[in-house]
Design a protein around this ligand. Sequence first.
Ligand code: MN
Length: 259
Amino acid sequence: MQSFKTSDPAAPPASVVADTGAAVSPASAFIDDLVVANHILFDHGIVDAFGHVSVRHDRDPDRFLLSRNLAPGSVKPEDIVEFDLQGDPVNAHGRSLYLERFIHSEIYKARPDVMAIVHSHSPAVLPFGLVQGVKFRPVCHMCGFLGQGAPVYEIRQWAGEATDLLIRSNALGRSLAETLGETSLVLMRGHGSTVVGPSLKQAVYRAIYAEVNARLQSEAMRLGPVTYLSSEEAETSLETVESHIERPWALWKARVVRD
Ligand code: MN
């Protein structure tokens, strides 16, 4: 099969691209955590056959790890591929890749503080990217990472009205990273959302609790005018809750790891 580098202007939107360079081997426990993260997100219904989770490389900040093109619930250690920040693989060896890997590469490039990223189409969150005048904001202390509310990415502003809504190029990845700005979660109109964190465990936690916040906020809005967390409450509760990140991780991991 013919394969292109992502940066090649003649390259079609491709899931099979040439490797660039050699892999920097991460610790195997690190890869194991990424596999567990895939399974936890599937177990919680955040991803199904689609969606993905990545982590910045522990030995090279200009690299990240992401599964090959596979349903997250099926990911095994040997499926993890290392990428550079152009979204090109270094050890794919011709295996098919996620078309939307540029979500990850461009956010890692724009945000040195981001160590992990979850992209999903989780269903309770998605409506908040659709409705004008409604902001996705934290309604409980578990969701302080939402700060003063999530920005909405409108792909039509960047690529016209006839796309498939996928982030399938470096340029679209850059525009998404720009809309994300310094926040932790960006809604993607008609598509889903992307959440970032300072560690893999926090990114997984946030993806799960974004869905919880969405259900709570929708429910509250049906009842009447909503009181949201203040920015100070969001910040303080974020610090408290995410300092206990090992507790939910251990619980969620035990559900998906079988000997
Ligand atoms: Mn997607």
